[in-house]
Design a protein around this ligand. Structure first.
Ligand code: SAM
Length: 479
């Protein structure tokens, strides 16, 4: 039976509740009166400088997803843009994945690291190699990483992951630094989550892959990941251990998207109900071609239009949650989604173990094909040309603004006095240290224009001063 406060996976992601929701959504998909009411509920309301957004329940959002009406779709897109603008402004945070090891004991059907794959090269970075990768990433201008690893208690135990995190944070090459390490490793114990928290991680990310239990078990036939409840309840253990920024995600293509979407929102509602804070981010990966993986064998692939609708509805349903789009997606898909509510993108990613130190993009240990293969400088320039502010900011978590403290910053509209200047400061660092002349030119112009959009006069003055200091060689200012 459905209970969002339950700590049992099968109760907070109740299969029956998802089916009931989908049936209700199907029945009401042309109920324009109800749809208008839902859109109104989701619209931002303003009280002076404060903007408030109510968000939507999994049931309400599912009705919008089921609706095929073109006029409604246009309204959904417009509303998603409006909400994005209200809470995130034009900022887009940039990060890169860092693959530590592709040793894996699981049998995930869609992932080339599955342990039946006997021909893929297995590799695990030594600390020297981690250092070399981090230097390469710092030399591009990255400040924020998501570390990735297969699950293998012998080859990649938690001690190995912790050692890598320590190495990553310790490297200060030229003006470079990795200031936030997010972690995407398999579900683990409360004890291990505590160790990750102590190691100073940013977000703990774990994709659910699919919320449909029966499919989940088929798609993960062997290994510890087979255990649906252990995987689905991982975020509760992470939060129990004190990690309050957690990142959810579904691998679109495995199951029917409407099922996944309703369940994903139920997961977010569960975290909010039990821990008082929803997910920090939601990722929306789609299955890609990889070593021995053909995405076409999965029946539930979604086209770009449906994908855009899912992103827009996620923005509307959970207005305070970041949305992440990786380089699995092409430049043109990313361009469209950025406007609809995406707040973070990866850039210049290599999805192979040790990929950043190679001249040519290596493929022999790659997890999936990267569609967007541009350099970080090109990604930054493109974002500016598209009207966004590229940000390498990591200030919130370093200032202790995580979990509900981050959410309240978001909710009170203080982001414009905080995240906005921080974005400009970190962009300035990038322009000074890593950008090509062309990027530097348009970047400087953007910063000059954006300084005037900082509402508080005091903050504006400090910002101007910090920017001058950066030109003199000083680094790491933040609000
Ligand atoms: N092994 C960890 C786990 O089980 O969660 C770490 C994550 S893995 C390195 C990162 C994510 O890549 C997976 O959660 C999965 O959703 C995604 N992934 C795996 N195979 C993929 C493929 N062929 N195309 C796109 N994404 C894929």
């Amino acid at each position: 039976m459905y209970n969002k406060k339950s700590l049992k996976a099968e109760e907070f992601i109740s299969h029956e509740e998802v089916l009931r929701t989908l049936a209700y959504a199907e029945k009401n998909k042309n109920n324009i009166e109800l749809i208008e009411k839902i859109l109104k509920k989701a619209s931002p309301t303003r009280n002076g400088k404060q903007v408030h957004c109510e968000g939507l329940t999994h049931e309400e959002a599912s009705i919008l997803l089921a609706c095929d009406d073109k006029t409604v779709l246009d309204k959904i897109y417009k509303l998603a843009e409006e909400i994005k603008e209200a809470f995130y402004g034009d900022r887009i945070v940039i990060f890169a994945p860092l693959y530590l090891s592709n040793y894996c004991v699981n049998g995930c059907i869609y992932c080339p690291y599955h342990n039946q794959n006997k021909h893929i090269l297995r590799k695990k970075l030594t600390q020297e190699e981690v250092k070399a990768e981090v230097i390469a990433l710092q030399d591009m201008g990255h400040k924020r990483l998501a570390i990735e690893s297969g699950e293998d208690p012998i080859n990649n135990p938690i001690e190995y992951i912790l050692e890598c995190i320590k190495t990553i944070y310790s490297i200060k090459h030229k003006n470079g630094a990795i200031r936030r390490v997010n972690v995407n490793i398999a579900a683990t114990t409360v004890e291990n989550y505590r160790l990750l928290k102590e190691a100073g991680i940013g977000t703990y990310i774990l994709f659910q892959e699919t919320y449909h239990k029966e499919s989940y078990e088929k798609l993960h036939p062997t290994g510890p990941k087979h255990n649906y409840a252990y995987h689905t309840e991982a975020m509760d253990r992470a939060m129990e251990a004190g990690i309050d920024d957690v990142g959810l995600g579904v691998l679109f293509g495995l199951e029917r998207y409407k099922y996944e979407f309703a369940a994903l929102l139920m997961h977010a509602e569960h975290l909010e109900a039990v821990h008082g804070v929803g997910p920090h981010t939601i990722s929306v990966p789609r299955i890609k071609k990889a070593d021995d993986i053909d995405p076409n064998v999965f029946d539930n692939g979604i086209d770009d239009e449906t994908f855009a609708k899912i992103v827009a509805l996620t923005r509307i349903a959970v207005p305070y949650t970041g949305i992440i789009i990786s380089t699995r997606e092409s430049q043109s898909v990313r361009e469209k989604l950025l406007k609809l509510g995406v707040s973070q993108v990866s850039g210049a990613s290599r999805t192979s173990v040790g990929g950043y130190t190679e001249e040519e993009r290596p493929t022999e240990t790659e997890q999936f094909d990267v569609s967007d293969q541009r350099t970080l400088d090109e990604v930054v320039r493109w974002l500016i040309e598209q009207g966004h502010i590229p940000s390498f900011c990591t200030a919130c978590y370093r200032e202790g603004r995580t979990g509900d403290r981050f959410m309240s910053l978001c909710k009170t509209g203080q982001i414009q006095n905080c995240c906005h200047p921080n974005a400009l400061i970190t962009l300035k660092e990038f322009l000074e240290d890593y950008a090509t002349d062309e990027t530097k030119k348009i970047g400087e112009k953007l910063i000059e224009k954006e300084i005037n959009n900082v509402p508080n006069e005091n903050v504006r003055e400090i910002l101007r001063n910090n920017l001058k200091q950066i030109e003199k060689g000083n680094r790491d200012f933040r609000f």
